[in-house]
Design a protein around this ligand. Structure first.
Ligand SMILES: Nc1ncnc2c1ncn2[C@@H]1O[C@H](COP(=O)(O)OP(=O)(O)OP(=O)(O)O)[C@@H](O)[C@H]1O
Length: 247
């Protein structure tokens, strides 16, 4: 694949915190519409990589190219605008608003929560909300306050709040943590649907789930790539077994 064909190219990415390199000369490449999962032991630098891509943390060195743009030079809101959506580990939905309203306020029209509630709903917004609600299995719960949803449903709603902004790259930090087995399975189905239009970068520890969703797996250790490839490739890599899977 030509380098320009990658959706995201991370090269030589490094960040030091008081001399400690949490991410150390890291390079990896994402193809359009792939699901990539980053795995690795605690402290390997996985979350920091997502922080660097979304602009929350500034790189010490290296480059993050996304659709021809250099993200390391951009501010967080510019990176969102460029098409990168990030979901953190804990769901942060608006508990007092309904499912419909949570999706509506996330629709990319620059509304504040109050401004958005006051404005007249137009057909395009309603259509987008209903379509996303269907994708995230909440089409029958549009009038339900988000605070009454299960933990798993809140996670899906938050994914929906990103989807409605149509990011080209969706980054999810441990999306199935705290979910039931049935919810994990539905989330795997959801991610497969999402990749028809989006590239997905996921951090995950649950190896069953990783095997269910990953096109490719990148294993991190001490801020670097330890191994990369299919789930079978990394599962059988003796270095991965030694530092991660064997524990
Ligand atoms: N802002 C920061 N300042 C100082 N050190 C940090 C900062 N952010 C992360 N670190 C350190 O960088 C290392 C990598 O942390 P990170 O959270 O990226 O690891 P991780 O692979 O996501 O781990 P986990 O699986 O436990 O979430 C850790 O040693 C952490 O303490």
């Amino acid at each position: 694949m030509n380098k320009d064909d990658f959706l995201l190219s991370v090269e030589g990415l490094t960040v030091s915190f008081d001399g400690f390199k949490a991410v150390d000369d890291l390079s990896f490449y994402l193809e359009p519409q792939e699901i990539r999962v980053i795995i690795g032991p605690n402290g390997a630098g996985k979350t920091t990589v997502l922080d660097l891509i979304c602009g929350k943390t500034r790189a010490t060195a290296g480059s993050i190219r996304f659709r021809g743009k250099e993200l390391t030079k951009m501010k967080e809101h510019q990176i969102v605008h460029a098409g990168v959506g990030r979901k953190f580990q804990n769901p942060s939905v608006f508990e007092d608003l309904t499912v419909f309203e949570n999706l509506e306020v996330s629709y990319p029209m620059g509304h504040t929560v109050m401004g958005s509630l006051a404005f007249k709903r137009d057909a395009a917004v309603i259509e987008a909300v209903e379509s996303v609600a269907h994708t995230i299995f909440l089409q029958d719960l549009l009038a339900e306050p988000a605070g009454l949803l299960s933990h798993g449903q809140k996670q899906w709603l938050e994914i929906g709040m990103l989807l409605i902004q149509k990011p080209a790259l969706l980054m999810l930090d441990e999306p199935v943590a705290g979910m039931s087995v049935a919810e994990r399975k539905k989330t795997a189905d959801l991610l497969r649907v999402i990749t028809r239009d989006h590239t997905v970068l996921v951090i995950e520890h649950d190896m069953q789930f990783v095997g269910d969703i990953a096109d490719r797996v990148t294993v991190m250790h001490q801020g670097k790539v330890l191994s990369e490839g299919s789930i079978d490739h990394v599962k059988n890599d003796p270095r991965v077994i030694e530092v991660y899977l064997g524990h």
